[in-house]
Design a protein. Structure first.
Length: 58
């Protein structure tokens, strides 16, 4: 049950980010997720920076 709710939350979050910040937001979210799963700090940091940039400029 928790897996289904988690997947639904992630799908909604991805849709919101793509709607609000476009394709770069979706790419940043994907980099963030891949970085966490692979325990790669560079990938995670790059995804976080790309995700924060449109928020700061707005």
């Amino acid at each position: 049950m928790f897996v289904l709710l988690g997947a639904l939350f992630v799908a909604r979050l991805e849709q919101f980010v793509q709607w609000r910040y476009g394709v770069p937001g979706a790419v940043a979210l994907a980099l963030l997720a891949v970085g966490f799963k692979a325990r790669n700090a560079n990938c995670t940091a790059l995804g976080a920076v790309i995700l924060v940039l449109p928020m700061v400029q707005a």
